[in-house]
Design a protein around this ligand. Structure first.
Ligand code: ASP
Length: 321
């Protein structure tokens, strides 16, 4: 097993899923050239939010049961612990930008629905109809399918873009953005915009973020659990595996089935780690030597965790988001 992916004294980043690759490249360039952590993370997340090809984040995101795209985003500054989040926002072009600005406020920093949109409009942030024509078509088709079923099923493609970064001075931060579960009930919120569940950053210890079934991730405040393990001295990869394992077993004892949870983390020295309960979870690591895709995996029979660098064959056969 690879336990240390990249170790460099330079500012570094780690992100979830293949969809984050282009954004991470951009963010890493900003970090390497200017050492501007907030800008690097926000630009990286925006790059994913703006791309309609990525159907689980931002523009062209997965609609709820009523055909509306409802988005959640959050940002945490690991120096100040300042946290901002917007929850269930519709038609906001870049939810991460609003979350970033809110993270600088000492009160009223987590806003939902209309309140979040009022704030965004006050700040002059751009709005846009987030439902693309292809999202609308997919929604119409899914609706027809679901009418045939007794129980609504959550589409399997839901994901969150999570970006963690560390500056040369050792500041850490984290940004996340998602449209949540496909065909969710209007107003449903997952782990992503909740501090400690979907993300956590503390420059004194490290940062972590999660993606997967939010209702399950939240039951263990998974991101906070990983950071606390790093704080108590566990190496980043072990912290990811141990926190996820303990949480997954806790759920399993209660009769839950594995609906997929994946995590990324970075310690306060810039070492990166990741773990998953899925067969495969792609993530990207960037540093002064460039950007590279890795895959975390869990053996479904033994529960053993692995990390590997995918080859050409894997890249050709796996989905691009
Ligand atoms: N965690 C997100 C949510 O539950 C979705 C995901 O990351 O797959 O809203």
């Amino acid at each position: 097993m690879i336990t240390k992916i990249l170790n460099s004294p330079m500012g570094q980043m780690i992100s979830t899923w293949r969809m984050s690759e282009e954004g991470l490249r951009l963010g890493n360039q900003i970090l390497q050239e200017k050492d501007e952590l907030g800008e690097a993370i926000v630009r990286a997340v925006k790059c994913v939010e703006d791309n309609p090809a990525y159907v689980s984040v931002g523009y062209g995101g997965l609609p709820n049961r009523e055909g509306q795209v409802e988005l959640d985003a959050a940002y945490m500054d690991g120096d100040t612990l300042g946290t901002g989040a917007v929850i269930s926002v519709k038609n906001l072009k870049n939810p991460i930008e609003a979350a970033y600005r809110l993270s600088k406020k000492k009160t009223n920093s987590i806003l939902a629905g209309d309140g979040a949109m009022k704030y965004a409009s006050y700040e002059g942030l751009p709005c846009r109809n987030m439902l693309t024509e292809s999202s609308r078509k997919r929604y119409e088709e899914e609706k027809k399918e679901q009418m045939k079923e007794e129980e609504r099923r959550a589409y399997e493609g839901h994901d969150t873009v999570c970006i963690i970064g560390r500056s040369r001075k050792g500041s850490m931060a984290c940004g996340v953005s998602t449209s949540g579960l496909y065909m969710k009930e209007p107003g449903r919120v997952g782990d992503s915009p909740f501090i400690g569940s979907g993300f956590y950053a503390d420059s004194e210890a490290g940062a972590a973020a999660a993606t997967g079934m939010g209702e399950d991730i939240m039951k263990g405040c998974l991101s906070f659990a990983i950071v606390e393990k790093m704080r108590s001295g566990l190496p980043v990869q072990e912290a990811c595996e141990k926190a996820l394992e303990e949480h997954w077993r806790r759920l399993e004892r209660r009769g839950y089935t594995n609906r997929g949870m994946s995590v990324i983390a970075m310690d306060n020295q810039g070492n990166a780690g990741a773990a998953t309960t899925l067969d495969e979870f792609p993530f990207v690591v960037a540093g002064k030597d460039g950007c590279r895709l890795y895959v975390a995996s869990m053996d479904q029979e033994t529960g053993e965790h692995f990390l590997f660098a995918p080859d050409e064959e894997w890249l050709k056969n796996s989905k691009s988001d």
